[in-house]
Structures are given as structure tokens and as C-alpha cells.
Design a protein around this ligand. Structure first.
Ligand SMILES: [Zn+2]
Ligand SMILES: [Zn+2]
Length: 309
């Protein structure tokens, strides 16, 4: 057999592969091609990886992902991929060209770049953990009465079971009380039930409490001002006496005692007024006239359609 000379290293060789001896070919050609790095989304909750459109668990799925990025250039007899922390080590047995007489082993390394994310089930769990607050504030009336009415409505809403979740706490606060629940959805449906059942003014506010990735995380709170006034009651508003003539969906009709003026006040406006209960007063009705004794004075209102107690 005629020996050839490798033009690169000058040694004699039986075969020339693309003009090189097997050793020079091996030095300049790899058995496989690998990317320098592979980027993977990883759930910071449970450690699952997002691979090929699915959330999967376990280091094996990472190893399979790295394997799928390998491009075979020569002949592969065996390949082993192992992941250690943030790198994958690949051991390959084979040769860079089928013209080479012998197989050998090569090692490769691929860097794993993890991007933090949340899988759907961890995301759902996190949402569930996010607390929501319903702030109940009273406009007139007795806190104990309103609280027991409100808590009946809360129990009924929970019993319907349309929204998952539960009550975390009920705590007294200035001018009312706060109900803490496990989800914003539940908070909203409770608030809506209260708003439907009781004369009230409802407001929803939200503030940004942080960022998750580039997503804004908002803390929402719902406040409901429940109008605790009763029809036929005398109350003190900003220092003057008023008779509660009637309560409507969004407003109250007052009669001012000192001049008989009738006023419609929206509940949203009422929140800003100073309303206090009047403990000591008498009220009598006869022949379309209402006589009220309060604070040492007597007021007579005529033309008031009021069913007296
Ligand atoms: Zn050579
Ligand atoms: Zn997860």
C-alpha cells in the first residue's frame, strides 16, 4: 500500500481525510456540534422547566433538551448527557469522519441559562395566597347591627360557593371593620352582595405594590360605606338635626328639622359628612303632622308621609 504524507504534520499516513491525516482531522473537526448555551424557563415555585411548549419536571428533561440541541457531524457510537447545576456535560464516543480507523471519546460542555418564571399551577397558588381586603365603614346607625347584617350576607355568599376561598379575619377598624379574604374574586363578590342588599356606596382602589418580571402586581382593596340610617330616624349631620325620610338605592332623603327643607344626598357625598346618632328624641305623628322633640326644641313638620313607629 502506498503511504501518503499529511501536508499539515508531515507524517506518513494510510488515509487522507479531506487532505489530512486522521490525527490532524481529529484536531480540527469535532464529532458533534453543540450550542455554547441553552436558555430554559424555570419555575421559581416548583422548579419545573418549560420545554417544547410544556412545563415538565426533573433533570432528565433538561438532559433530553440538551441532547436535542446536538448536531452530529461525524459518526456517533454513544452519547451521554449529564446536567450539573448550570452546565450540561456531554460525553461522546465516535469519530469525526467515517474514514477514520478508530473511534475515540470527546467531552463537551453546554452552559444552561435559567430564566425565572412561574408555571400556571404555581401562579394560581400564588394568586390564591394573595389576600384581599374589604373595608366596611358605617354611615350612621349602629355598628353591631350593621356588622351582624353584613356577616349574614358574607355567610350566604360563601355558602353559594361560586368563588373559591375563605375568610381570613374580621377585625374592627376606625368607623367600621375590615374583612380579609383569600382572593380578590371572592372579595368582589362579597362586596357586590353587600352592596345589593344594603344601602351603600362601594369603591374599588388599587395600588402597585411591586413587579413580578415585567408584570405589575397590584394590591386591590374594596371599600363599602354602609348606610346604617333607618327610615324615620333623627340624626345629627354636621351639627344640625335631620329626619331620615327615606332610603334609596344610591341616595337618602332628609328633612332638615329647623326649616323643613327636603334634601336628597347621594351616599357617595354622605361619606364626607359628620353623621352621629341622636340618642334622646321623641317623634309623634298625627294627621299628616310630625312632631319631634330633640335637644330641648320642638319641631313640627307638615306634609311628611311618614309611618311613625
Ligand atoms: Zn497530520
Ligand atoms: Zn411551578
Amino acid at each position: 500500500m502506498l503511504r501518503k504524507v499529511c501536508p499539515i504534520c508531515g507524517r506518513e499516513t494510510d488515509v487522507l481525510i479531506e487532505g489530512m491525516c486522521p490525527d490532524c482531522y481529529r484536531a480540527t473537526h469535532r464529532i458533534i456540534d453543540t450550542p455554547d448555551s441553552v436558555t430554559v424557563l424555570r419555575c421559581r415555585g416548583c422548579g419545573a422547566y418549560f420545554i417544547n411548549g410544556r412545563w415538565v419536571r426533573g433533570i432528565r428533561s433538561l438532559e433530553r433538551l440538551v441532547t436535542s440541541k446536538v448536531k452530529v457531524r461525524g459518526v456517533v457510537e454513544g452519547m451521554e448527557v449529564r446536567v450539573f447545576r448550570d452546565r450540561a456535560k456531554i460525553k461522546v464516543k465516535g469519530k469525526a469522519s467515517e474514514l477514520m480507523p478508530n473511534t475515540y471519546e470527546e467531552e463537551y460542555e453546554v452552559k444552561l441559562m435559567f430564566q425565572s418564571d412561574l408555571c400556571p399551577s404555581c401562579r394560581a397558588e400564588l394568586m390564591e395566597k394573595e389576600e384581599a381586603i374589604i373595608q366596611l365603614r358605617l354611615i350612621g346607625g349602629d355598628l353591631g347591627d350593621v356588622k351582624s347584617k353584613v356577616m349574614d350576607i358574607v355567610r350566604m355568599t360563601l355558602a353559594k360557593g361560586e368563588d373559591k376561598g375563605r375568610i381570613i379575619s374580621v377585625e374592627d377598624a376606625d368607623g367600621g371593620f375590615d374583612i380579609k379574604v383569600t382572593s380578590q374574586r371572592l372579595a368582589r363578590s362579597i362586596a357586590l352582595s353587600i352592596h345589593r342588599e344594603l344601602p351603600s356606596f362601594m369603591m374599588e382602589t388599587s395600588k402597585v405594590i411591586g413587579y413580578r418580571g415585567d408584570r405589575r402586581v397590584e394590591k386591590r382593596s374594596i371599600s363599602i360605606h354602609v348606610v346604617g340610617l333607618s327610615k324615620g330616624e333623627v340624626v345629627n349631620v354636621n351639627g344640625a338635626y335631620y329626619l331620615v325620610k327615606s332610603l334609596h338605592r344610591d341616595h337618602v332623603e332628609f328633612i332638615r328639622l329647623n326649616d323643613g327643607l327636603q334634601l336628597n344626598v347621594k351616599y357617595g357625598r354622605l361619606m364626607q359628612e359628620r353623621i352621629s346618632q341622636v340618642a334622646d328624641y321623641t317623634i309623634q305623628c298625627s294627621g299628616g303632622r310630625v312632631t319631634i322633640n330633640v335637644g330641648g326644641s320642638q319641631y313640627i313638620l307638615s306634609g311628611v308621609n311618614l309611618i311613625c313607629p
